[in-house]
Design a protein around this ligand. Structure first.
Ligand code: CMP
Length: 480
């Protein structure tokens, strides 16, 4: 909207200016020439000076024509044919050359007797002065031409200028004088074309998968195979990490305090690498926490005073027992059974937006939300659709655990979320003493299944469906 208005204003301005100059040329040029010629004193070449206003008016007209041509060729023809806007430098060079040519033509027409070439070549002093004054400008100008011909980088690329790598940012524009870079502190820095052409440049093109490296370490007691798996999975799910290339996790060194690692991952949008690096570090921390892997620090032997058992307010796992007691499907369990279930469950913490369950994966455990919230999602036309949000005390993952089928949906943590994982064996023991539990679970599963496939109004659960589920759960757990 705003652009169309601006274009209309520009067009109107162009036509008004052209009309005014043409009118001035038509009506004023000749009387002015006569007036000047008749008022000039002898000796100041009256004929030549009398034509100056005319020359100026023609030059303005030439300037307007060049602007119009420039806009037509580069904003219309170039964009339509090439699909992108022409570089400013090319446009400027076009304007300068076209204007000089037009001006020479006009000059020759008005002053046929004056030899322009001789005027410039004989004026050596003029040349030296111009040369000295424009030394830097011309340097930048020609460096700019070579940069454009070479095209080592384009607008939107991330570049680092200088051997010391002191300047990194996203290229915003390239003019005849300088390259404009927006640094990651949101500062604008102008690097003159001649320095950009002289200095070492590191270019991370926008349409390229650029890689990042992150270094970390682990204790010697942690298994390298496990570490590789955990880190790879944690990093590949992070936002902006490209799904096209699997992250590489490798050992750099068996160092003094532990194993030194590097993880290499490729970014979709390199201009956001600061955020992506931070997210990758965060994901690794959480993944380590869940897997029980520890970062290595300089090793020391410390004698630590043991915490007095009397100071502990709750027995370990008491909060888990309380949580499981509040879960509706476990309500029929005796205190002893709930305690057994609590002892058999494992707690895991997930970062906000982190995947807890991926649809289609195999699964042999279920989860109870201990703190935080999760969202159940299914994929619809390649995009995730939220099916439900589960809060503290809700459970999920029961479908795959009780039927042996792949995970029916994806579950993502909405905030930092702690879940309690309960495995197949623990549930089997509970079923043996509480066969009624299977029935209430089969209802929940049938209800959730209907919620996954159906629209709201036909999310009905049939008795047969639930009975079928009941039978298949019994079979799966080897119950009669
Ligand atoms: P499971 O198939 O093992 O893994 C994905 C889980 O998402 C699934 O078990 C259920 O626990 C949960 N789930 C699926 N559909 C729904 C739903 N409609 N409402 C709530 N939770 C659901």
């Amino acid at each position: 909207m705003a652009t169309t208005r601006a274009t209309k204003n520009k067009l109107a301005l162009f036509f008004v200016a052209t009309a005014l100059v043409s009118l001035a040329l038509y009506f004023l040029a000749r009387p002015l020439r006569h007036y000047l010629a008749s008022h000039m004193t002898a000796g100041s070449s009256p004929d030549n000076l009398a034509y100056i206003p005319e020359l100026i008016l023609w030059a303005i007209l030439a300037y307007l024509t060049v602007r119009a041509l420039n806009a037509f060729i580069f904003e219309f023809v170039f964009r339509v044919r090439k699909g992108y806007e022409a570089p400013t430098l090319v446009r400027n060079i076009f304007s300068i050359v076209a204007f000089i040519l037009l001006f020479i033509l006009i000059f020759r027409e008005i002053y046929p007797g004056v030899n322009l070439g001789a005027l410039f070549t004989t004026s050596a002093i003029f040349g030296v002065i111009i040369g000295l004054a424009l030394q830097d400008t011309l340097g930048n100008f020609f460096a700019g031409i070579s940069l454009h011909a070479d095209r080592p980088f384009q607008v939107g690329d991330v570049i680092t200028v200088g051997e010391q790598k002191h300047l990194t940012g996203v290229v915003e524009s390239m003019t005849w004088r300088a390259v404009k870079i927006r640094t990651f502190q949101n500062h604008i820095v102008l690097v003159s074309n001649s320095s950009a052409a002289r200095e070492a440049l590191e270019v991370c093109p926008r349409d390229n998968l650029n890689a990042r490296l992150f270094f970390f370490n682990t204790l010697y007691t942690d298994s390298p195979a496990k570490t590789i798996h955990i880190v790879r999975e944690a990093v590949r799910d992070a936002e902006n990490v490209s799904a096209k290339v699997t992250p590489i996790v490798r050992i750099r060194d068996l160092a003094e305090s532990g194993i030194d690692w590097e993880v290499k991952y490729w970014l979709e949008d390199y201009a956001k690498y600061n955020d992506s690096d931070a997210l990758v570090r965060q994901r690794i921390w959480y993944a380590f926490r869940r897997a029980g892997i520890q970062f290595a620090f300089p090793t020391r032997t410390l004698h630590v005073e043991r915490r007095a058992a009397a100071r502990e307010e709750h027995a370990p796992g008491q909060d888990i027992v309380e949580r499981l007691t509040a879960v509706d499907i476990f309500a029929p369990l005796s205190t002893e059974e709930t305690e057994r279930l609590a002892a058999a469950s494992t707690r895991h913490v997930f970062a906000p937006d982190e995947l807890v369950i991926r649809a289609g994966d195999a699964g042999s455990s279920m989860f109870v939300v201990h703190s935080g919230r999760v969202q159940v999602q299914i994929s619809e036309n390649g995009k995730p659709r939220a099916v439900a949000v589960l809060n503290e005390g809700d459970f999920f993952g029961e479908m795959a655990l009780f039927t042996g089928e792949p995970r029916a949906a994806t579950v993502v943590a909405l905030e930092e979320t702690e879940v309690l994982e309960i495995g197949h064996t623990a549930m089997k023991l509970i079923f043996e003493t509480n066969p009624d539990l299977v029935e209430s679970l089969s209802w929940t599963i049938a209800e959730r299944r209907a919620g996954l496939t159906a629209t709201q109004q036909d999310a009905q659960v049939s008795i047969e469906e639930s009975a079928g589920l009941l039978a298949s759960i019994r079979r799966f757990f080897g119950m009669k």
